[in-house]
Design a protein around this ligand. Structure first.
Ligand SMILES: Cc1ncc(COP(=O)(O)O)c(C=O)c1O
Length: 385
């Protein structure tokens, strides 16, 4: 919870803005890196979660690689100083110029999501006179037990190549001269809180890797994606996600021999260090008796509640009232779905109060838009207050 003193300092900035706790980011990275080292695991940070330059700079200090979802993300990572050899790039619809750029930059691996894409990568690599390292992103058909809007590894999903198709296309794949299949990749979804899901994932990966090796694929690494969830309900109880548990499960269940194991965490690294600070503009009551608090943020700064029905804990950081009321928190955008939360219990809330929308460091500012010609939200860092 933000102290009264910090809340007063925040009044010096025009709302809405993202506030990043750099100490918490460092603690999170330290925890992830120290446990990963124990097992010699490699972590790529999923840059789609947040590409704020200061955040990237801190992440770089801890030696993480980068996981990208577009050519511009690859460019952003390289411009931020990440070594191309630490970059992986997945994406179900890579455009031609993005594939050519990734080949040109010599990134660690392109995570390929269809056989047709593999053939295109092969053709572009041949034109460039290169042999490109590829991981096959396989759809393992696993239910990650999360919000269905953010699951990616069920059989009918657009992501990854079906395992059966890979088995049936082995010879066709192996005939390609300008791609080298060195890895197997999967990512089954995000905000995974039931950690036993990672156990199923390992059991599937063990079988897939064994069969791919039998078919003659020489795999040196297995990338099990990201997905580790965070505590949105009570962020103060769990500011740093439980990396030790997930790595321990993976270590006990994954049977991939000496192959290097890679992860692509986004949310778990940055979600808890960021919050969206917004000012209260107006109060009003609907004809049906709903008390609305209209804040100066909207879905243009943080779209997760409107896009996925995602929950963020909201607190009034300036009210000193002992009286509590039930409020619905709505934004400024010209959309009926522009609601952050409904019927929540807050101390009496008035024009000029500041609210914090917590756990917003991941998929917050990176999904911001300029709809209604709103300005993009600026960043304020805890160590600069
Ligand atoms: C391929 C891939 N890897 C990693 C991630 C990061 O997931 P998370 O933020 O849940 O760790 C995503 C998220 O969409 C993804 O699509």
């Amino acid at each position: 919870m933000l102290s009264r003193k910090v809340a007063d300092q925040l009044r010096n900035y025009r709302t809405p803005f993202y506030l990043y706790d750099i100490d918490l980011l460092r603690q999170t990275l330290q925890s992830a890196v120290s446990v990963a080292e124990r097992y010699q695991y490699v972590i790529h940070y999923a840059i789609k979660a947040n590409y704020d330059p200061r955040i990237l700079q801190v992440i770089q200090e801890y030696g993480l690689g980068i996981d990208c979802a577009s050519g511009n993300e690859v460019r952003c990572a390289i411009e931020a100083g990440f070594d191309p050899q630490t970059i992986v790039y997945a994406g179900v619809g890579k455009r031609d110029h993005e594939i050519r750029y990734a080949i040109e930059q010599g990134i660690f691996a392109i995570n390929c999501e269809s056989i047709e894409e593999l053939e295109v990568i092969n053709a572009f690599a041949a034109e460039a006179g290169k042999v490109v390292t590829v991981a096959l992103r396989i759809n393992p058909d696993i239910d990650p037990k999360t919000n269905h809007c953010i699951d990616t590894g069920q059989a009918d999903s657009k992501f990854g190549i079906s395992y059966e198709e890979v088995l049936g296309s082995a010879e066709r794949i192996q005939a390609l001269q300008n791609v080298r299949i060195r890895g197997m990749h999967l990512h089954i979804g995000s905000q995974i809180r039931e950690l036993h899901v990672f156990e199923y994932l390992c059991n599937k990966v063990n079988v897939i890797v064994e069969n791919l090796v039998k078919l003659g694929f020489e795999l040196d690494f297995v990338d099990v994606g990201g997905g580790l969830g965070i505590n949105y309900d009570f962020p103060e109880n769990e500011p740093v996600p439980n990396f030790a548990s997930v790595f321990s499960i993976i270590n006990s269940h994954l049977r991939v021999g000496e192959r290097q194991v890679h992860f692509e965490f986004g949310r778990a690294i940055v979600a808890q260090c960021g919050e969206l600070i917004t000012g209260v503009l107006f109060n009003k009551m609907t004809a049906t008796g709903r008390k609305l608090v209209i804040v100066d943020a909207s879905m243009t700064e943080l779209i997760r509640p409107m896009l996925y029905g995602a929950y963020h804990n909201i607190e009034n950081i300036t009210s000193t009232s002992d009286r509590h009321e039930r409020y619905t928190i709505v934004g400024t955008a010209c959309e009926s779905t522009d609601v952050f939360d409904e019927n929540i219990n807050l101390p009496e809330t008035r024009r000029g109060d500041l609210l914090t929308i917590k756990s917003a460091g991941a998929y917050g500012s990176s999904m911001a838009s300029r709809y209604n010609q709103h300005d993009l939200p600026p960043s304020v860092y805890s160590d600069q207050l």
